[in-house]
Design a protein around this ligand. Structure first.
Ligand code: HEM
Length: 429
């Protein structure tokens, strides 16, 4: 069979080129794979959801109460909930989306703190950033599809951020959402559906393919232990046959965990919010990974606006677009701050690069401060402490990290000195 296929498809070349690739055996290198498994589960469950979902705002008798007219999209979600395993399918899809974002963020942290973004892997850092942004956009468009009142309110927030772009905001929003944002806009849901099931997944799959091909071409950074085993040699297990069963086991374990989550933790209850209406849900919040943008919007005073050449610059544009873009630009610029001329071979120990470690922790501290600010109205907190924390939080985190790393280093150095003294004393005896 192998020979038959080889004579036709030259698979032995494929074997030499790809399947013998050595994978490092270290738990942190599984984070990218977990992100990929989540993407696969999302696509599989998404295909089945699409078979029963109706992307339409036309009014139909509700699946639960034939006397009430509701948007067809909303009714089709109620029907999915009542189908055998329908609710479970929605839950698995929902939890996989959350885990994909979380795994991508932790994967990115691994790359950042070990310096794996350095030459020659800058391209993969940038493609990874795009993957993160498009993953979040896919999740946001997914939230809009049930067309319950929560979805309509969320969509309203997104549309008003797009509309806030000076001069062109209105046109861009109408282009993106098929007309004005209104309950009777029949184009809005089909358009968002097209983004969610075709455009964005196609972008995600193409970027993931490019990300993996570049990774195979450049090879993984090697974990520190590889240095001790065989200096400057690739240490690991080949994709075929050792790494594949490890990956399959991990994928099954991961799928099991998601199913467990889905079995016990319900997701977005559309019937609680009811069908889309003109009364927005009060005090709505985005998912955890967008809470920081929401917090920034809460911190900018509503009357903070100015006009320039006829275009209005308001709080939504400054918070939702300018500050969010600045945060992305800083993340994209990470490889540019590094001046190394040599290619990075071994993943670095984070504490050997205290300034990089401290800058990363300060950055996350800032995002946490802004995310907590998202709860300002729930607890009636004053705004002033958040302005102070926006500056002080990252600064304290930065210097505290430097001090802790210095402490760890001097503790280790003292231990080494003591060991050397003991060894010297033992040799004298
Ligand atoms: C969102 C979807 C993503 C998927 C499916 C994905 C997948 C993967 C996989 C499977 C690997 C190889 C295993 C590993 O090193 O963990 C990898 C490596 C890598 N990823 Fe990602 N990744 C994603 C997002 C990101 C993000 C957000 C970044 C950074 C901004 C990033 C940067 C990198 C880099 C630089 C490598 C090479 C690491 C090395 O050689 O040590 N990736 N990715």
């Amino acid at each position: 069979m192998n020979q038959w296929l080889d004579e036709r498809l030259n698979i032995s070349r494929l074997n030499d080129k790809f399947l013998r690739k050595a994978f490092p055996v270290h738990h942190t290198f599984f984070l990218g794979e977990i992100t990929m498994f989540a993407l696969i589960i999302l696509i599989l469950t998404g295909v089945f959801l699409a078979l029963s979902y109706e992307p339409s705002t036309r009014l139909v008798p509700s699946f639960l109460d034939k006397n009430t007219m509701v948007p067809a999209a909303y009714s089709s979600i109620l029907r999915i909930n009542w189908m055998p395993f329908g609710d479970m399918l929605r839950r698995i899809h929902h939890w996989s989306a959350n885990i994909m974002v979380a795994a991508a963020i932790v994967h990115m942290m691994r790359i950042y703190f070990t310096g794996s973004f350095k030459k020659p892997r800058e391209l993969n850092w940038w493609i990874g950033m795009l993957l993160l942004v498009f993953t979040i956009l896919t999740a946001v468009t997914g939230y809009s599809l049930p067309y319950d009142n929560f979805a309509k309110t969320t969509l309203g927030v997104v549309v008003s951020i797009v509309q806030s772009i000076p001069w062109i905001g209105d046109y861009v929003a109408q282009l993106a959402f098929g007309g004005k944002f209104a309950l009777d806009n029949t184009q809005m849901i089909p358009r968002v559906y097209g983004y969610h099931i075709m455009l964005l997944p196609a972008i995600l799959l193409s970027l993931t393919g490019a990300h993996l091909l570049i990774m195979i071409k450049q090879k993984h950074t090697q974990p520190q232990y590889a240095k001790r085993i065989a200096y400057k040699k690739i240490v690991g297990v080949p994709l075929s046959t050792q790494q594949t069963p490890i990956a399959v086991m991990l994928a099954l374990l991961f799928a099991g965990l998601i199913i467990l989550f889905a079995a016990f933790i319900p997701v977005h209850p559309v019937e609680v919010f009811g069908p889309a209406s003109d009364n927005p849900v009060q005090n709505i919040k985005p998912d955890w990974y967008l809470l920081w943008i929401f917090g920034v919007l809460e911190l900018i005073p509503a009357n903070f606006k100015f006009t320039l050449f006829g275009g209005e610059f308001g709080p939504e544009f400054i918070g939702g677009i300018v500050i969010a873009t600045l945060v992305l630009v800083v993340m994209l610029a990470v490889p540019i701050f590094d001046q190394s001329k040599e290619n990075l071979y071994y993943a670095e120990n984070p504490t050997d690069h205290p300034k990089r470690l401290a800058a990363g922790i300060a950055f996350f501290a800032l995002l946490i401060v802004w995310s907590v600010a998202g709860y300002k109205n729930d607890f009636q907190w004053p705004v002033a402490p958040f302005y102070v924390l926006t500056i002080v939080g990252p600064l304290v985190s930065y210097f505290a990290t430097l001090a802790i790393v210095r402490g760890i280093k001097s503790f280790k150095a003292a231990e080494e000195r003591e060991r050397d003294q003991h060894q010297a004393a033992a040799a004298d005896d």
